[in-house]
Design a protein around this ligand. Structure first.
Ligand code: NCD
Length: 303
């Protein structure tokens, strides 16, 4: 594996190897010098709390140098092209570039133009992919339920604009999940299921959640839709919000995931977000371990 741009073409064995390594790092810590002398650059063109911080921590915990590219102070704000920025940073001795961008395909574009010794990691591009989120969600689910084949999984919210939904579906399908339901009002369902292997769609959340073992809740991606598309918040919550009444329709130990940032009272009620079935903070903790595993996989050649 040279870059991590999408989970689309990763097989079960590769995903399992990454998750096992992340689990190992969580349980035993990581060799502090695994990436010593290596440089990881985080380049974020969209806001981020969890993803950026956890990549920075992941790099540091493996002993890498981390440079956080401050876009507001950089020359891209003076109109320097992204490729000129890339080549400038490469000349300083760069091993990995972690990039988030609002345009689909921008990390792949940078990967095509990067020096052959630079690994590119997609930290979320437009509506296309968020591979490390897909991996950390799969790891979180697997910690309680490794029997993916028998799981009923519901992903609910703005599926159409969600790179998380795409990467989650791809990871879970590769790991064996066969009952994945994408639930949303029609305007937020994807136009095709091409990027959602093995998934079915549903508009009635009460029906879709019945007996579910896992529910992944998603934020409405307001920044990726026209204002007119944005639904009334109270109406949305009534039909697609996860509250305790609705959660009671799911299986008894149903795990509740959300990639964050959460909008309390819109897609998820506070008592569910903070309740005993919530895995939201476990996802955050797993995020650091998964990003360590990914950086290690890309930067340390197999012995
Ligand atoms: C997600 C993202 O940016 O795609 N958040 C994250 O990475 N933790 C989902 C979102 O922004 O709603």
């Amino acid at each position: 594996m040279h870059h991590l741009l999408t989970l689309e073409d990763l097989d079960r064995a590769t995903i399992t190897r990454l998750l096992d390594r992340a689990e190992h790092f969580r349980a035993h810590g990581a060799p502090r010098d695994l990436l010593s002398g290596r440089t990881v650059l985080t380049l974020f063109f969209e806001p981020s709390t969890r993803t950026r911080t956890s990549f920075v921590l992941a790099a540091k915990r493996l002993g890498a140098d981390n440079v956080n590219f401050d876009l507001s102070r950089s020359s891209t704000s003076k109109g320097e092209s992204l490729l000129d920025t890339l080549h400038t940073l490469e000349a300083m001795g760069l091993d990995a570039l972690v990039v988030r961008h609002n345009e689909n395909g921008m990390p792949a574009y940078l990967a095509r133009h990067a020096r052959s010794n630079v690994a590119v990691v997609n930290a979320g591009d437009g509506t296309h992919a968020h591979p490390t989120q897909g991996l950390l969600d799969a790891l979180t689910i697997r910690q309680r339920r490794p029997d993916f084949e028998s799981l009923r999984i519901v992903i609910c919210g703005d599926i159409r604009h969600s790179r998380v939904a795409r990467s989650d579906a791809q990871a879970l399908h590769a790991l064996g999940a066969r009952d994945i339901r994408l639930c949303a009002p029609r305007a937020m369902l994807p136009q095709t299921l091409d990027e959602f292997p093995g998934c079915a769609t549903a508009e009635d959340f009460d029906a879709a959640i019945e007996g579910a073992d896992v529910v992944v809740m998603l934020r409405i991606q307001k920044e990726r839709m026209a204002d007119a598309q944005f639904p009334d918040a109270a109406d949305y919550h009534a039909h697609y919000g996860l509250d305790t009444r609705r959660l009671a329709l799911a299986a008894k130990d149903c795990q509740v995931l959300h990639p964050g940032p959460i909008n309390r009272g819109i897609e998820i009620a506070p008592e569910v977000a903070d309740g005993p079935q919530s895995r939201i903070l476990d996802q955050v903790a797993n995020g650091v371990a998964v990003r360590m595993a990914v950086l290690a996989e890309l930067l340390v050649p197999p012995a």
